[in-house]
Ligand binder design. Sequence first.
Ligand code: C2E
Ligand code: CA
Ligand code: CA
Ligand code: CA
Length: 277
Amino acid sequence: WLPFGVVLGLAAAAALWVFIRNRSSMVGQLRDAIRRKRLLVHYQPIVDLTTRRCIGAEALVRWPQAKGAMIRPDIFVPLAEDNGLIQSMTDLVLDLVCAEMATLLQLRSDLYVSINLAAIDLSTERFVAVLKRKLPQVGVEPARIAIEATERGFMDADSARDVIGKLRASGHRVLIDDFGTGYSGLSYLQTFEVDVLKIDKSFIDTVGTEAATASVAPHIVEIGHSLNLKMIAEGVETEAQAQWLQAHGVQSGQGWLFGKPVPAADFLAFLAKDRQA
Ligand code: C2E
Ligand code: CA
Ligand code: CA
Ligand code: CA
């Protein structure tokens, strides 16, 4: 018989093998899903906090599984990033949005849809070129597609500044995503020209509570004002949060209070109702 330590070692090796095999088969399935265009986009409304009307939507990618289950983007987006699949995923999300854009614009011609870029999408002008080629083909104005960029994408600050400048010159709004959670500090905001800050949900969660981060939210909002930037608050779940934000001069909000991310058909129904309101 084998000594206990060896058995333990073998068990650990077997567990590691299963872990790696599952992970790589998941990568294979994701690669396949992207190639076959088997991802979906859900739309979450962005509303004007004063009028409460929908002004835009964020496109959030979904990976449907058998029996209606979905793998969360928190899991597969990093997997795509680590395995060289993220650029084709970004392109697919743009394609899916473009395919649904005409119908959305029939209900609200001044609507914009924002697309999340990964860090690598900001490191070269590749995606700028994709937009320039694709949008005229489908007859969508650049102003109808906004770009969400996180501070993680600013590691190579010169390229990011360049790409953001080109996107804005083409007529796209550029939104800084997850604002306040970044690693890069705020210095980039003095040299980057952007349109909107999206205040991260973690700061909104504690608005009006006793939690330590509750005292941070007013400062984040203050920074936005001092930079003369418009702001969208992310993860607004309660009327109290919406009112606090509006009172502090935050123009727009996104969150379950206004609407969860839903498939295009449901978002169309939402827009139709919103139009009558
Ligand atoms: P994010 O860009 O910060 O997106 C906002 C997330 O907050 C979404 O999660 C949204 O469903 C969720 N959310 C919005 N309002 C509320 C609320 O009131 N309460 C709660 N509890 N959650 C709320 P989701 O869709 O699971 O996406 C997670 C993250 O995955 C996104 O965070 C983004 O970083 C990434 N992601 C999603 N779609 C894409 C994509 O197409 N491309 C890339 N590169 N990343 C994406
Ligand atoms: Ca986002
Ligand atoms: Ca965000
Ligand atoms: Ca966030």
